[in-house]
Design a protein around this ligand. Structure first.
Ligand SMILES: [Zn+2]
Ligand SMILES: [Zn+2]
Length: 297
């Protein structure tokens, strides 16, 4: 079943033409629990991993943050996303590559107290198949271990929320306020940046944006993808809950907890307090350097 974001309840660019230059396309991935195969795009699913490649491990020291209990020694990374070009052609695949794999180390790290991601771009025709039994870490917090999900990529339009340039925000502030008073729609929560796990568009920051720069060329990196804790929250569900998941009567909050979780947080991730891990790359440098940021409420 596809997942469809309802059209915005107001015409954002008709109301605020100043936003048009900041429009960006994004692909909401809409993960839902399932049984993805090794040649499927997935979240937390099996990876098409070349048999001859060693499984990646994290050699960092893991602080004891009270969540999970890292064993000493190197810890194996776990699959987070596998995205095929056929499903998400918007990704900047290097020549000859058609799969992006994102793994992360599911422990807190000294610099940001969050999982540490790694990216692998691959040629699926050169991958023999599935590694029989990839190693699993012991002692990781369940909140950092994504449950296997199939994906339902959907293209929508993003406008910047916290990334809106200061002068544009100043110019529009009064009109945002008036719209909210008249209609109940908040530009920031309901109309700007699509919520949920997504490729491209704007990161779903919960704090002030902190964009990384490329350490090779010095340019500001581009947002590659966001892995966050939920498809929507207590405010954003009003515009970011897919049509197919909308109950016939009542609201999503009337569903039993378990049933709502399967829609709102299918992968079972909770990154801090409703936070997200945001991945960035530099497209200017040929080896596509990447970095990440984490924030939460
Ligand atoms: Zn680690
Ligand atoms: Zn660069």
């Amino acid at each position: 079943m596809a997942r469809t974001t309802p059209p915005r309840p107001v015409d954002v660019e008709a109301l605020f033409p100043e936003l048009a230059p900041y429009r960006r396309d994004t692909v909401r991935l809409h993960p839902r629990r399932g049984h993805p195969g090794v040649r499927d795009s997935s979240l937390g699913g099996p990876l098409l991993w070349p048999r001859e490649d060693a499984w990646p491990h994290c050699h960092d020291d893991h602080p004891d943050s009270g969540f999970g209990s890292p064993q000493s020694g190197a810890q194996p990374l776990v699959p987070v996303l596998q995205l095929f070009a056929a499903d998400v052609p918007e990704l900047p695949f290097p020549a000859g590559k058609d799969v992006l794999q994102v793994l992360w180390c599911p422990f807190d790290h000294e610099n940001d107290y969050a999982p540490r991601p790694e990216l692998y771009w691959r040629d699926s025709s050169a991958c023999g198949g599935e590694l029989a039994a990839p190693p699993r870490p012991t002692g990781a917090d369940d909140n950092y271990l994504p449950a296997p999900c199939v994906l339902h990529p959907e293209r929508v339009v993003d406008y910047p929320s916290w990334d809106l340039p200061h002068d544009v925000h100043q110019a529009l502030r009064e009109r945002f306020k008036r719209l909210e008073e008249e209609t109940g729609w908040s530009y920031h929560y309901h109309l700007s940046t699509a919520d949920g796990i997504k490729v491209g568009g704007y990161p779903t920051w919960t704090q002030d944006p902190v964009w990384p720069g490329c350490t090779s060329c010095g340019r500001r990196m581009d947002h590659l993808l966001t892995v966050n804790s939920a498809e929507f929250d207590g405010g954003t569900w009003r515009t970011w809950l897919p049509v197919e998941d909308t109950p016939a009567s009542g609201t999503i909050w009337d569903l039993p907890y378990e049933k709502r979780q399967q829609i709102q947080c299918a992968p079972g991730l909770m990154l801090g307090d409703m936070g997200g891990v945001y991945l960035f790359i530099c497209r200017q440098c040929p080896d596509l350097p990447y970095d990440h940021r984490f924030d939460c409420s």
